[in-house]
Design a protein around this ligand. Structure first.
Ligand SMILES: Nc1nc2c(c(=O)[nH]1)N[C@H]1C(S)=C(S)[C@@H](COP(=O)(O)OP(=O)(O)OC[C@H]3O[C@@H](n4cnc5c(=O)[nH]c(N)nc54)[C@H](O)[C@@H]3O)O[C@H]1N2
Ligand SMILES: Nc1nc2c(c(=O)[nH]1)N[C@H]1C(S)=C(S)[C@@H](COP(=O)(O)OP(=O)(O)OC[C@H]3O[C@@H](n4cnc5c(=O)[nH]c(N)nc54)[C@H](O)[C@@H]3O)O[C@H]1N2
Ligand SMILES: [Mo]
Length: 752
């Protein structure tokens, strides 16, 4: 595929989105009459889209087209298969030299494979033998805390519940998960502040909001169905205010593929206000908005008096801040910040949305608390049309946490779990992802078992993490597709292929549905409808149950009996987890049910029983050396995290190449570089330099000093100890780097 760089000036969505989905469906070999059923996500009787955690509209409304949802479903329904012959033909060393796009393109895994270390190939192994291998490795450990049980966020509630139970019966809270890499700071910041670590809004609030602020999020690519909500809001005059260093097309203009008029060339402007702040400038910008609110005296005094604490201290701290410092730290002018604040003040109901542009920073927790401060002083929590909306990533990442996938479980939860299953759960905290990598590197953890995901590629400090993984005695991955983590492995390794969300899950009592919780705390059923990719695949709950039976000789949990009928798992969940009473009946109502959110009802389960306002200083610069630039690592349009579907980033006008680096015109001139030139990215940290080679410079509308490139190619640049204070989420949106010209024939690119 030739490299093509050409600015995209159309609206997001529209024909291009339709055409691209058709192309992806065709490339997966799904054609003919089956295609329609295969791709029917988010229907009342069907499966939950594995794409993202954005909630479904009213379950009776018509099919909501989503280009990236189609890609996710089609990728799972692909006709391609990774067979035993494929593994016989290729050594792991050879496979490891292929890129992530190649690995993904090979198709679905069909049978368990074992790498025993005798030569460089994976070989087929029976399920029975595979479970025995994991059990032997686990039983050989001196202590349960030498094992790690990772989870990615597609895992269903039922599988997650059994999985954490297994880990705790085995004796450890080492349950690192992809939340650690994602919205951990949101959970932490909000729990301390308003007593709930989840968003306080529902879709109904989006229909009533007068202003919606979107911080550090690119929904046109990552939550396309959210654009439908933003479009309706914009059409009825709701203000949409965006803070983002990049001009993301989907936030500027959207053509709804469902609207005939918009398909014919019309479109809707989304953002009414767009503020291209500096990377990491959000805390300062929001502090500036608070300053304006205080200066205008435009607070909700009743709400503050009745519900909050810490107001005076926050007010004094904010008013004492200099505008010059706020401008320097945010990269916005005082006039821009005051304008945004005035929109906030004029709105009677405001929602703040945010995602990875806020959480993957050293000062993420403080930044989120500043966002929530601003919501609170305006009385914008627990009111129709208003609230906090951390937009989650994986389709069940929020549910997995609710089910107890957490390295720091609450004592009350452990009490109930132990009482239900008659054992004494471990009480000391386990490792999060960053901790897990360190522990493997030191040889303290020797077995990594992963329920989904792609640990080796999704985590920071790729080179160091690879060494850590290689020190393990066993790495085992429950997966649907071949990925990097199968190739960067322990001395022995297992690939355990499982059913995908879209596939029929047949157990003793008949076909089973699982449940998931979306970003707005709606819990609903997901029932696979497609024939499994292979008759050897097991469901995730079945894998956990059989592993538990093989590993835990003394267990009294009726593992097999539970997975014969998932209603039985849900009955246990109902007894152990708050808010799930009468689970089986409630989840069968159309659309499922909403988990209660105390903060949304203005009940504050905080240390003081009030919503807490926190003063925070402006962050110090991440790079001590002012000549360094700040690199953020983002997703292209054709990827799902580490899964690369294609080489096009349509809305940013890039195709045929993923190793690109977006840079502003002023920086190009200042550094004496030209668009089309190849550079190496060198990150500079206290422990030395890390480099990622050969990126094509692309001129882009991005503030001075800021760069963007895609993840996971750049993860090697993220130092393991560069992470959010308190939450330990890798700061992969703020990497201090310098550019070094690299070999390679420059391309002639037209200026944008
Ligand atoms: N198609 C598709 N859908 C997905 C995913 C996918 O990979 N592909 N991933 C899923 C997952 S797990 C997640 S977590 C979500 C991720 O969804 P997003 O958070 O939208 O993902 P990113 O690409 O990381 O985009 C971050 C955005 O933040 C901006 N940004 C970066 N730094 C800053 C900053 O300092 N301040 C501000 N204000 N903005 C900043 C970037 O310009 C970019 O627009 O999407 C989910 N949905
Ligand atoms: N530099 C940088 N690093 C980042 C980020 C970033 O923005 N920048 N984002 C971070 C974020 S937000 C996240 S959430 C993580 C994502 O980290 P992970 O969740 O670990 O990674 P994914 O790429 O989503 O995992 C993809 C793999 O999951 C498997 N899979 C797919 N469906 C299923 C299923 O139904 N069951 C099972 N068992 N397996 C399945 C497939 O084998 C596939 O290869 O990455 C993080 N890493
Ligand atoms: Mo995520």
């Amino acid at each position: 595929m030739p490299i093509r760089i050409k600015p995209y000036d159309g609206a997001a969505g529209g024909w291009d989105a339709l055409a691209s989905s058709f192309r992806h469906v065709r490339e997966q070999g799904i054609v003919g009459r089956g295609a329609r059923t295969m791709l029917r996500a988010n229907q009342p009787e069907g499966f939950d889209c594995p794409g993202c955690a954005w909630p479904d509209k009213n379950p009776h409304s018509s099919f909501e087209f989503c280009e990236n949802g189609v890609k996710a479903v089609a990728a799972e329904a692909t006709r391609r298969r990774v067979t035993r012959d494929f593994f016989a033909a290729h050594t792991v060393e050879w496979l490891a030299r292929q890129d992530d796009y190649f690995l993904e393109s090979q198709g679905r895994l069909v049978e368990p494979m074992f790498y025993d270390g005798s030569d460089d190939h994976y070989r087929p192994v029976s399920w029975e033998a595979a479970f025995a291998i994991v059990a032997q490795h686990l039983q050989a450990l001196e202590h349960a805390d030498q094992a790690l049980f990772y989870t990615s966020g597609r895992t269903s509630n039922e599988a997650a519940f059994l999985y954490q139970l297994f880990a705790r019966e085995f004796g450890t809270n080492n349950l690192p998960d992809c939340s650690n890499l994602c919205h951990e700071p949101s959970g932490l910041a909000m729990t301390e502040q308003i007593g709930v670590g989840k968003g306080t809004v529902t879709l109904a609030d989006f229909e009533q909001a007068e202003a919606i602020f979107v911080f550090g999020q690119n929904p046109g690519t990552n939550h396309p169905r959210m654009l439908g909500e933003l479009r309706s809001a914009a059409k009825r005059g709701c203000r949409i205010v965006v803070f983002n260093p990049l001009r993301e097309r989907g936030l500027e203009r959207f053509a709804d593929p469902k609207s005939p008029r918009e398909l014919m060339g019309g479109s809707t402007a989304i953002a009414s206000h767009y503020y291209p702040l500096r990377i990491g400038g959000d805390l300062a910008a929001v502090k500036g908005m608070l300053k304006r609110v205080f200066e205008r005296g435009a607070m909700d005094a009743d709400f503050i008096a009745l519900h909050t604490e810490g107001f005076q201290a926050l007010r004094e701290d904010v008013l004492a801040e200099d505008w010059s410092r706020i401008e320097a730290a945010s990269g916005l002018t005082r006039a821009q910040i005051e304008e945004a604040a005035d929109v906030y003040v004029a709105s009677k109901a405001t929602i703040f949305c945010w995602a990875m542009g806020i959480t993957q920073h050293r000062d993420a927790v403080a930044t989120i608390q500043m966002l929530v401060n601003l919501l609170l002083v305006g009385g914008n929590i627990g009111k129709h049309g208003a609230g906090a909306c951390p937009v989650r990533g994986h389709s069940n990442v929020q549910g997995d946490r609710t089910m107890g996938i957490y390295e720091k479980p609450a004592p009350a939860f452990l009490d109930r779990l132990g009482a239900e299953f008659g054992f004494a759960p471990p009480r000391h905290p386990g490792h999060d992802v960053v901790g897990a990598i360190g522990a493997m590197a030191r040889g303290e953890c020797r077995v990594l078992f992963a329920m989904g995901g792609n640990f080796a590629a999704a985590t920071p400090d790729t080179g160091f993490t690879a060494q850590a993984l290689r020190r393990c005695a066993l790495t085992a991955h429950v997966s649907t597709k071949l990925n990097r983590s199968h190739l960067v492995h322990g001395r022995q390794a297992l690939i355990l292929p499982c059913l995908g969300r879209t596939e029929i899950d047949l157990q003793a009592a008949g076909p089973q549905g699982v449940t998931v919780e979306d970003s707005m705390s709606m819990v609903h059923v997901s029932t696979g409808m497609n024939p499994p990719a292979s008759d050897q695949l097991l469901s995730e709950p079945a894998i956990v149950a059989r592993l538990a039976e093989a590993t835990l000789p003394a267990t009294t949990t009726p593992w097999r009996w539970l997975v014969e009928d998932y209603d039985r798992i849900r009955e246990c969940i109902a007894r152990v987890i708050d808010g799930f009473g009468d689970f089986n009946a409630r989840v069968r109502q159309p659309g499922g049910f909403h988990l209660e959110n105390a903060a949304a009802q203005r009940r504050w389960s905080t240390a003081t029983g009030r919503a807490r306002l926190f003063a925070h200083a402006l962050p110090a610069p991440v790079a001590a050396d002012p000549s360094l630039m700040t690199l953020m690592t983002v997703r292209s349009h054709d990827q799902y995290n580490t899964t690369i579907y294609g080489l096009e980033d349509r809305y940013r006008g890039v195709s045929g190449e993923r190793r690109v680096c977006f840079i502003g015109a002023a920086d190009l001139a200042r550094l004496g570089l030209r668009a089309g030139q190849w550079v190496d990215l060198v990150s500079v940290w206290h422990d030395g330099e890390r480099e990622a080679k050969r990126f094509l410079l692309v001129e882009y509308d991005i503030p001075a000093g800021c760069l963007a490139a895609y993840y996971p190619e750049t993860n090697g640049l993220v130092p393991l100890d560069h992470h959010a204070i308190g939450a330990r989420t890798p700061a992969s949106k703020a990497i201090p780097v310098r550019l070094r010209p690299s070999a390679g024939i420059p391309l002639a690119l037209e200026p944008p």
